[in-house]
Design a binder for this molecule. Sequence first.
Ligand code: PLP
Length: 395
Amino acid sequence: MDRIYLDYAATAPVLPEVLDAMMPFFISRYGNPSGIHGTGRDAHKAVEEARRRTAAVLGAESREICFTSGGSESDNLAIQGTAFALREKGNHLITSRIEHHAVLNTCRWLEKQGFRVTYLPVDADGTVSPDAVRDAITPETVLVSIMTANNEIGTVEPVGEIGRICREKGVLFHTDAVQAAGMLPLRADGMNADLISLSAHKFHGPKGTGALYIRKGTRLDALIHGGSQERGLRAGTENVPGIVGLGKAIEIAEAERTANAERIRELRDLLIRRIRGAVPDVKLNGHPERRLPNNCHFSFAGVESEALLLRLDLAGIAASGGSACTSGSMEPSHVLKATGLEEELMKGSIRLTLGRETTAEEIEKTAQVLPEIVKDLRAMRGLQEKSDCFQKKDS
Ligand SMILES: *Cc1c(COP(=O)(O)O)cnc(C)c1O
């Protein structure tokens, strides 16, 4: 059975070109970038080349890029780093209720350390209001953290506008752009951002490698103390193959972004039309237009998402219950809760995310299989309810 992978928001395969670029740095070019000898200088040069490539995509300077172990570390470094560095200035942070757990749980932890956090609500489409950000800023506010695009429902946030407000008010602005890479422009100036989190495995780079853009002049405390790597912000011998892979992957993602996003958007729109045409009582979650081109997120009334995902998996289709971190637990998604979705619909929600390997045939097959499974599950539930009803009458 050919498997259909529609979970690109969870992770994407490493591109062969990316792996090829990484390979030499495991065996033949194994130097420690801190070494003063040729082998060390060779590795150092490769890391700096990756830094230059990453900076170019963001419209930044090389020294504004800090390599990390992934999106989660970048979020932690951005938020904890500024919170502690600016503690004298104030102890208030602003974020939204729909952030990734790497942001939300960092904020919760900071609350235990004596910081105050405002968690802004979102509207039914999952959009954060720039006016709400403006109203929440106090003289104590040091950082606003709002994601570029949501990993569950795909809504693209008005980060350019939010960043402009933050700049006006003299407050730092961080954006988790992990889902936006390869899909939306990542220019630091366009987003008016001081800090931008990226994760390589979401754009066909290796897992365990990420980057944080830090606008020059931004003060940040380190999380990991030790050597002076990454300008003292992140101690430890650099993950040279990973960093090289990230540099290669981000360059390809950017070069092919427009064409890729356009092709994927068309397939995604086709899938949405087909599902809506074939299934009654289905809701598309997230903003109807301002959403990631590769994301669709549906709620099917009268269906359990767990059952739906299992049946899809049996049919060879990999989808997700919204976020990889919450699937496996029955806890409803904090993102869907924040949009005010009815409980009944929340339980029947799935995310399908497309990527560069997705084909028209795969979308065709999914558009045939998914409605059949939904129909089946609803019929079974109907029978179950009838038998429950009889049992109640009997007893
Ligand atoms: C995947 C993801 C992360 C975490 O990135 P890792 O590299 O897996 O730590 C953070 N934020 C968002 C929006 C994500 O989608």
